[in-house]
Design a protein around this ligand. Sequence first.
Ligand SMILES: NC(=O)c1ccc[n+]([C@@H]2O[C@H](COP(=O)([O-])OP(=O)(O)OC[C@H]3O[C@@H](n4cnc5c(N)ncnc54)[C@H](O)[C@@H]3O)[C@@H](O)[C@H]2O)c1
Length: 324
Amino acid sequence: MANILVTGGAGYIGSHTRYFLEQRRHRVIVVDSLERGHRELVPDGILRQLDLRETEKLSRLLAEEQIEAVIHFAAYIAVGESTQVPEIYFVNNVGGSLSLFSAMLSAGVKRLVFSSTAAAYGIPAKVPITEDEPYAPINPYGESKVMTEKILEWLDRYREFRSIRLRYFNASGAEPDAGLGELHDPETHLIPLILRAILTDKPVTLFGDDYPTPDGTCIRDYIHVSDLAEAHIFAVEHLLEGGASDVFNAGTGSGHSVKEVVDAVERVTGKRVPRTIGPRREGDPPALVANSDKLQRSLGWKPTRADLDRIVSDAWKFATRVKH
Ligand SMILES: NC(=O)c1ccc[n+]([C@@H]2O[C@H](COP(=O)([O-])OP(=O)(O)OC[C@H]3O[C@@H](n4cnc5c(N)ncnc54)[C@H](O)[C@@H]3O)[C@@H](O)[C@H]2O)c1
């Protein structure tokens, strides 16, 4: 059992990870500004409403709560927004991370798990993608994550600051019985958008059906958010046991097309998805699928909820409880 700080724990992936950490009997403190998070996703008593850029306050909190490791989710996450106002992505995602790392160093806390992304690879030369694919982000969001990864590489080298960088593919699904699920505003992710189309009877736009894939729609690697949360537990426990810094893809190794996701939603819900086909979105690669062998081999993690119908069914149970 360890004292673990979770930044962004009022958000989607952070709230699930907090839940699984507590199941493992770790003691969790959440730092979140609530700018894009939800108070109701955090149990009473463990939330500290702070912005990552409040370095001194963070440093004091780390010392007072005797924090041993940090799992760092807090960031802005919308690719489209990052192309409209790139500066806020660098201020928040890079500046906020740097402030957190400085606070950790001054409090003597040197173990961190970082939320990175498949967007670090841009349009990859080969799929499934392995971790040795070079950094090639094609939007400011991806660049902000790459810059943070590079800071962590330097801190490992010169400050004995050990980190695990997890490059997530498409986090999806929910843990409905724990009252947890996806609540982004605005929502940009496919499965909640499709479910909302059913619940509101307003069509969802599917971007492009002329890609060089078997059915013409984009292929993505959907990882159940609870499997992803468990990957963080393997990662943080590895660091707490004195393990070395490393980088891992977090995905399932199999891809599903947008049409396959729509079919799964219709199968699971028994309802038709109202939809229109729009043009391709700029910078959307035809296929993004992770090779996650390294994560499975090195840390012993395995996705156990990868079935697409399971992911959709959990997301549906959560979505039907939320007002639209
Ligand atoms: N959702 C995905 O599919 C996905 C894929 C790849 C990577 N990621 C990364 O995972 C992390 C979590 O994603 P999510 O989907 O849970 O996002 P989210 O928006 O649901 O949660 C992010 C949380 O961080 C908080 N936050 C943002 N800036 C902050 C700051 N400066 N100080 C304090 N709190 C702040 C927000 O209030 C929010 O609660 C992000 O770093 C994201 O880049 C997500």
